[in-house]
Design a protein around this ligand. Structure first.
Ligand SMILES: Nc1ncnc2c1ncn2[C@@H]1O[C@H](C[S@+](CC[C@H]([NH3+])C(=O)[O-])CC(=O)[O-])[C@@H](O)[C@H]1O
Length: 330
C-alpha cells in the first residue's frame, strides 16, 4: 500500500511493534491514541502531499550506508535517477539539519549538524546498547549518529511534520537492519508520558523555544531511568547563577525564543529539578560555517541574523548565539 494511503497506525506499525518489545514499551499506552488523534486533528495540510512525494521516490535500497559526518547512502545512482531524486527531495525543502548524500545527491543542509555531534560525542556516556530519546530531533540526522555510536534504538520526537517527512523519505532507502532501529513521531515533549525509562535523553536546540523551561527540564527528567543521562544543548549567555535573558519580540529574527540562561543558571535549574552530576561539556559560538543558506534552504540564515557591522551581536543587539552542551544524571 502507498504511504499516502496509510493511516497513522499503519505508517508507524513497525515502529510500534519494535516499541512493544523494548524497555520503553509503556510509551505505547499513550502513543497509539496520540497518533490516531494526530491524524484526525493535527495533521499538517501538506502532509499527504509530502507522503505522495515519498511514494514517488525510486525503489532503491542502499547496499552501502555510512552513518558518519555525512549520512551517505550508496552507491551513486544513474544520472537520470539522481535527477529524479533531486527533484523529489527538493519538494521537501527547506532541509535544515544534515548533511546527507543520497545515492550521489548531496543534500547540503542549512546546518552542519555534524559539528554539534563532534562537540558532544567525546563527553557523553557510551551509547552502546542504549535506548535513546531525541527530543526535537529535526530531520532525524542525529538519530542516525546515535545509531552509529551504538544505540540499540534511537527514538525521535518533533512536532515539525515536514521534518518527519524528511526522516521517512531517507529511512525508506536504508537497509532494514538500520531502518528498523531509528524511529520518529510527530509529537512535542509536552505529549510524552510522565514516566519512561530511556537510558539517554538528548534535547538539542529546544529549551529556548519553550515558554516554561523548568517544566521542560522536568519533562526531560521524567523520560529517564534512574542513573540515565541527559544531554542538553541550548543557547546561553554570559553571567552568574541568576542571569537569564528573556529577549524582546525577536532574538536573531526568531519570534519563538524565550529563555536564554547562563551556564551557571542552567546548572542550577537542572539541580533544582533533581539532576545530579551536572556539568558543562562545551561552549561554542555558532559560526556562519555551521549555519548558512544553501541550495536546500534558500531562506535567511545566520549571517542575516547578525549585525553586519558587529557580528558578535544579533541584529537586535543581543549577544550572538553561543551554544552550550550540558550533561546531567538522573
Ligand atoms: N514542544 C516541542 N517538543 C519537541 N520538539 C520541539 C518542540 N517545539 C519545537 N520543537 C522542535 O525543536 C527543533 C529545534 S531545532 C534543533 C534540531 C536538532 N535537535 C539539532 O540540534 O540540530 C533548533 C532550531 O532550529 O532553533 C525543531 O525541529 C522544532 O520543530
Amino acid at each position: 500500500m502507498k504511504r499516502s494511503q496509510m493511516s497513522a497506525l499503519q505508517l508507524w506499525q513497525q515502529d510500534l511493534a519494535r516499541l512493544l518489545a523494548s524497555p520503553v514499551a509503556p510509551w505505547l499506552t499513550h502513543l497509539t491514541g496520540q497518533l490516531e488523534q494526530w491524524q484526525h486533528s493535527q495533521q499538517h495540510g501538506e502532509w499527504t502531499k509530502w507522503l505522495r512525494t515519498i511514494d514517488l521516490l525510486p525503489e532503491l535500497t542502499a547496499s552501502h550506508c555510512e552513518l558518519g559526518d555525512t549520512i551517505r547512502l550508496g552507491p551513486a545512482a544513474a544520472e537520470h535517477q539522481q535527477a529524479q531524486l533531486r527533484g523529489l527531495l527538493s519538494q521537501l525543502m527547506p532541509w535544515r539539519k544534515g548533511p546527507f548524500d543520497v545515492f550521489g545527491v548531496e543534500i547540503d543542509t542549512e546546518w552542519r549538524s555534524d559539528l554539534k555531534w563532534q562537540r558532544l560525542l567525546p563527553h557523553i556516556s557510551d551509547l552502546q546498547g542504549r535506548q535513546v530519546l531525541d527530543v526535537g530531533c529535526g530531520s532525524g540526522y542525529h538519530l542516525w549518529r546515535m545509531q552509529e555510536a551504538g544505540a540499540t534504538d534511537a527514538w525521535g520526537i518533533d512536532p515539525g511534520q515536514l521534518f518527519v517527512a524528511q526522516f521517512l523519505a531517507l529511512r525508506r532507502f536504508m537497509p532494514a537492519t538500520i531502518a528498523e532501529r531509528a524511529h520518529m513521531f510527530p509529537l512535542g515533549i509536552e505529549q510524552m508520558p510522565t514516566k519512561l525509562e530511556f537510558d539517554t535523553v538528548f534535547s538539542m536546540g529546544v529549551l529556548y523555544h519553550r515558554r516554561s523551561p523548568i517544566d521542560f527540564l522536568s519533562q526531560l527528567h521524567q523520560q529517564l531511568r534512574q542513573g540515565g543521562e541527559l544531554v542538553l544543548e541550548t543557547i546561553v549567555v554570559e553571567g552568574d547563577e541568576n542571569t537569564v535573558l528573556v529577549p524582546g519580540e525577536r532574538y536573531a529574527k526568531m519570534r519563538n525564543v524565550w529563555f536564554l540562561p547562563s551556564c551557571a543558571a542552567l546548572c542550577h535549574w537542572l539541580k533544582r529539578v533533581g539532576f545530579s552530576n551536572v556539568r558543562v561539556a562545551d561552549v561554542a559560538t555558532t559560526s556562519i560555517e555551521e549555519q548558512r543558506r544553501t541550495d536546500w534552504m534558500q531562506g535567511e540564515s545566520l549571517s542575516d541574523f547578525l549585525d553586519p557591522k558587529a557580528p558578535e551581536l544579533t541584529i537586535e543587539g543581543y549577544q550572538a548565539p553561543r551554544r552550550a552542551v550540558l550533561l546531567a544524571t538522573k
